[in-house]
Design a protein around this ligand. Structure first.
Ligand code: CAA
Length: 286
């Protein structure tokens, strides 16, 4: 068992709620925070629904579900993070907002060796570390959606992250959560999104240019390459706002045309067609 017992999760969106769920299921004491009560309640409901699904699928007994739920606490007050051993920030992919969270966590989290991790897909861990007075304890821990299903966690040290932080974060992800860890340099997109995002953007361009339909593009990759879902359905699952934000961070970093967000993606985000989470994206989820 890792030395990490008390975990804080900032953000109860798709990723934050998934990370909270797997942490509670692994026996940890978890506090989740959001900016307001509505967002907090939406996150709590998402976690409860996921527990129900696990019970229905006989992956969790009712007693295990109740025990895990009792280890979860929700608050809009970040001060309740004072006693945390590890905090995972999982808010929207917005650099300024993440910097503010790290500055606030630095003031609130009391233990000098507590780890402050970010689930960012693309924002430099070095910048987040420098928003604190303790960059040696700041690290990237990037999970994949749906968190309860997908095994991978990317571990991203900044130039100043200590070996002790890396060892403790690895132990948490592998030993406690049972995930598989890969390590990436602190470069926008890390390993998986550096490969995945250009593929998703290519699929959007292909559809936008009339080359093939949404269904045919997705069926092509599902039946031709045995992917669990096609690129447009996957973009809907990730959230089109997140796909756009990650692409923009990667373009900002590398200035490569393959990372530019296609106009259709921009318009869909403007229109609030964000994929599964807003009930409409390339597909309709009503
Ligand atoms: N929570 C818990 N369990 C879930 C779940 C969820 N949200 N969604 C699916 N599952 C479980 C189901 O219970 C089911 O379990 P069993 O096989 O044991 O019954 C299993 O996963 C398969 O689910 P379904 O049969 O309902 O559906 P499926 O076979 O179509 O799988 C999927 C759904 C797991 C989402 C699968 O399509 C998949 O893995 N897709 C690819 C997802 C992917 O690539 N994610 C990475 C996105 S990139 C990212 O997240 C990072 C980033 O920075 C952008």
């Amino acid at each position: 068992m890792s030395g990490i017992q008390r975990v804080g999760i900032v953000g109860a969106g798709l990723m934050g709620s998934g990370i909270a769920e797997v942490s509670a299921r692994a026996g940890l004491d978890v506090v989740v925070t959001e900016v307001n009560q509505l967002a907090l309640e939406t996150g709590a409901r998402r976690i409860e629904k996921s527990f129900e699904r696990a019970v229905r699928g006989q992956k969790l007994s009712e007693q295990e579900r109740d025990a895990a739920l009792s280890r979860l606490r929700y608050t809009t007050n970040l001060d309740e993070f004072a006693d945390r051993d590890l905090v995972v920030e999982a808010i929207a992919e917005n650099e300024q907002a993440k910097l503010e969270v790290f500055t606030a966590l630095d003031k609130v989290v009391a233990a000098p060796d507590a780890i402050l991790a970010s689930n960012t897909s693309s924002i430099p861990i070095m910048k987040l570390g420098m928003a604190t007075t303790r960059p040696a304890y700041v690290v990237g821990l990037h999970f994949f959606n749906p968190v309860p299903v997908l095994k991978l966690v990317e571990l991203i040290p900044s130039l100043l992250t200590s070996e002790e932080t890396l060892a403790a974060a690895t132990d948490f992800a592998t030993g406690t959560l049972g995930k598989t860890v890969i390590r990436s340099q602190d470069r926008a997109g890390f390993v998986v999104n550096a490969l995945l995002i250009p593929y998703l953007l290519s699929a959007i361009r292909m559809m936008e240019s009339g080359f093939a339909s949404v269904e045919d593009i997705d069926n092509g990759m599902v039946h031709g390459c045995s992917h669990p879902m096609g690129p447009l359905r996957l973009a809907d699952l990730i959230g089109l706002d997140t796909v756009k934000a990650v692409a923009e961070s990667m373009y900002e970093e590398f200035k490569e045309p393959l990372y530019t967000a296609p106009p259709l993606l921009l318009r869909m985000v403007d229109a609030g067609l964000l994929g599964k989470k807003s009930n409409r994206g390339f597909y309709d989820y009503q």
